[in-house]
Design a protein around this ligand. Sequence first.
Ligand code: DHB
Ligand code: MG
Length: 612
Amino acid sequence: MRRSIATVSLSGSLADKLTAIGAAGFDGVEIFENDLLGSDMSPEDVRRRAADLGLTIDLYQPFRDFEAVPPDVLAAGLRRAEHKFAVMERLGATRLLVCSNVSPAAIDDDALAAEQLRLLAERAAEHGVDVAYEALAWGRHVDDYFHAWRIVRAADHPNLGLCLDSFHILARDVDPYAIRTIPGDKIFFVQLADAPTLPMDVLHWSRHYRCFPGQGDLDVAGLVDHVLRTGYDGPLSLEVFNDIFRQAAAMRTAQDAMRSLIALEEVVQRAGDAPRPGGALPPPLAPTGFAFAELAAPSAGPVGELLGALGFVRGGRHAGKPVELWEQGAARILVNSGSAEGQDGPALAAVGLESPDPAASVKRAEALLSPVLPRLRGPRDAPLDAVAAPDGTEVFFCRTARPDHSSWTDDFSRDRRPAGEAPGEITHIDHVALTQPWHHFDEASLFYRSVLGLRPHDSLELPDPYGLMRSRAVSTEDGGVRVALNVAYVGAHDGRYDLAWQHVALASADIVATARRAHAAGAATLAIPDNYYDDLEARFDLGAERHRLLRELGLLYDRDEQGEFLHFYTATIGRVFFEIVQRLGGYRGYGAVNAPVRLAAQHARRTRRAPQ
Ligand SMILES: O=C(O)c1ccc(O)c(O)c1
Ligand SMILES: [Mg+2]
């Protein structure tokens, strides 16, 4: 499949966009007219530049408000078209996109629309140009692809075909199945965009919130499957209008776009009958659990003290690096005091995931354009397979200690106190919460979904005294690996997203005992306001004794159809805190309903300590 992208999807000048699109390895580009009008490059310059980058100019767009109009408007439209054909000739582009008319002057008459589009196609043919007619979801009279197809069919001209745009079809909930009945050679162009489900008017939604396939909620792959079954073999072209991508670095967005297309082709391949060339992506390997979480810290002391109070024991030290391994049950925390990161205070630097085949996990990540980290191996280090997540967190793929193979844990000399002696109730890492820079949030969802095969959950908005936090969880089907992705808003963190909080949530088999242990050991935990408990009593009737216990121990509570959730938080050190959770029954969530209270309590604590 040829891979293309519209220049409107990226930030910067036309020259910057072309460079980024070429660097990301696309085959072609749609030139958005505004990008050309504002550029000091002549059409010939653009043509040469694209050719130098190995890009074909697959489409010139958009041509608006042409069809189904009174005669005087038609004459002006044909005059405009002649100018476009001339520009296209200089660009070396042979396909023009015509959007369905949105003007109040448009007449609701399909026969007239067909007749005038036929006229346009005749003129286009004289210039060697094809016209691809696209139904905008907010077109005045033509707003769905099948209506557009009826008009194209009636016009019956070899230089007139359809442009299908996944957004306009799926956003309106038009059934895409009938695409299969359109002859493939009458589909002249296919544009792809996803979008998160948002209850808003479709024009606004389209112009601001489109995203790359796999980042939103639309079944773009299903639509592409219908398209490919028609025999269409033209480009799949990303056309994404997005307020954030317009501001983000073009190189990175273009690479994210390419990752999206590679992942999409894989899904289509699995859904379709016949294998298509270029589909050699190593299959997804769902991680089966957390091997470890690694904190970078200026010194191991304060983190170690906190972990000790939670019932962890130091199980070993790394043979060649200043790294301590703290263990309890299957929960393992590495504290690395030798890394450049974490010099501002402890930070969550890496996550180890259990993979059935770490080398294959890395191969897949690499094929999906994730940076593979160098294996900085000392003479005694076990091999480490790791990639960088979009926010810079290192993701290691591990197979933890089993008698039949070596393990990363072999690099740690065993302390006298074996891990099996950890006194506490903590059993494993329940989830990690990573803070994403605001302009990489969609990229992060796609990374966790496509590279690691995690399923994205709904996006939430959590009120915080200093901002509104967007949060989205991704997890394996069985919940063995859960990651909460939060957007960093920087108002409360000295304007730096790299100081925004992250956390590691630890599962306890008896959270009351863990809370008592932590308090007895003098651990700093997050105090929850009494108002929370007064309200909790109104919301749930848990019995006087249970309410008293929650209040006394500072435990938060939530419930869903499957079960209950109890949790509490340690104080924050550096940018990291621990959450202790207990899931009772099959509770699936993360206690999001309590997040505003938690965030307010954390900010209150921060500002008490360091007035700003
Ligand atoms: O928002 C628009 O006007 C617009 C223009 C061209 C397109 O291909 C499209 O999908 C939308
Ligand atoms: Mg479009």
